[in-house]
Ligand binder design. Structure first.
Ligand SMILES: [Zn+2]
Length: 104
């Protein structure tokens, strides 16, 4: 879910994306790598993040994740305050397989 264009959240997101692009997508690569490493160890990135927030006494907010294609409920993910009632869109495994079939 994207912040409202023109809002502070939007500006922060754009700044983050600029910094990410300037650094050759380093932030994105770090997150993808961290998720992969934790998954290989049988751990969950979202759970680790939640634990960290609790340890640091940061409030934990969750938002629902749904598949954009079929509407499948894909659970929850941590989010910032103000986003907790919103829905984050993703793609489920079976829709991903279907879409990859169409592309190739
Ligand atoms: Zn789906």
């Amino acid at each position: 879910m994207l912040p409202e264009p023109g809002s502070q959240g939007w500006e922060n997101m754009v700044d983050f994306m600029r910094a990410d692009l300037d650094s050759d997508m380093a932030y994105t690569k770090i997150e993808i790598t961290a998720r992969k490493i934790l998954k290989e160890e049988g751990r969950d990135f979202n759970e680790e993040f939640k634990k960290w927030r609790i340890e640091k006494n940061k409030p934990v907010y969750d938002m629902k994740v749904k598949c954009s294609w079929c509407g499948l409920d894909m659970g929850i993910k941590p989010c910032d305050k103000g986003q907790q009632d919103k829905i984050s869109h993703s793609i489920c495994k079976s829709c991903k397989i279907e879409i990859e079939k169409e592309i190739t």
